[in-house]
Write a protein that binds this ligand. Structure first.
Ligand SMILES: Nc1ncnc2c1ncn2[C@@H]1O[C@H](COP(=O)(O)OP(=O)(O)O)[C@@H](O)[C@H]1O
Ligand SMILES: [Mg+2]
Length: 130
């Protein structure tokens, strides 16, 4: 499986990062690609835009990176065929604090990309609508 990672990132708030991420993910899925959107922002706007209530999510990226949850366990389906999501909630703000300590200890799994690579390389992630 050939996997492309697209990051939407900017320090400035309110410049349409979440809007772009959600619409790009949905457009790629509707175009026939298998898409995993990963919301890394505690504001959870992309999560909300993709139809998921942050108050109801069971797991987010903090569980994967800090608590060792299998990445596949944090993935939920969306209403859009071909588009799955690792949602965010306000609790994800704790990840920032945890990452500082983990970086000091040079923990290998400190990078979200490492967690995602484990999902794609083991093929434990297959888009749930396909
Ligand atoms: N193309 C656009 N035209 C008008 N408003 C937009 C556009 N893109 C985003 N917005 C609005 O701008 C605000 C900030 O967008 P958002 O994606 O949440 O920014 P960020 O994630 O960078 O903080 C939201 O209210 C969103 O609806
Ligand atoms: Mg945002």
């Amino acid at each position: 499986m050939r996997v492309k990672v697209i990051a939407i990132s900017n320090h400035k708030g309110g410049v349409a990062k979440s809007t772009t991420a959600a619409n790009l993910a949905a457009s790629l899925a509707l175009d026939g690609h298998s898409v995993l959107a990963v919301d890394t922002d505690p504001q959870a706007h992309a999560t909300i835009l993709l139809g998921c209530d942050p108050a109801e999510i069971a797991h987010d990226l903090e569980d994967v990176i800090v608590h060792g949850l299998a990445t596949s366990e944090a993935i939920v389906s969306t209403r859009i065929p071909g588009l799955d999501l690792i949602p965010a909630s306000l609790g994800l703000a704790r990840l920032d604090l945890a990452l500082v300590g983990m970086a000091r200890r040079r923990t290998a799994s400190v990078r979200p990309s490492a967690a995602l690579r484990s999902a794609t390389s083991s093929q434990s992630w297959t888009c749930r609508h396909r």
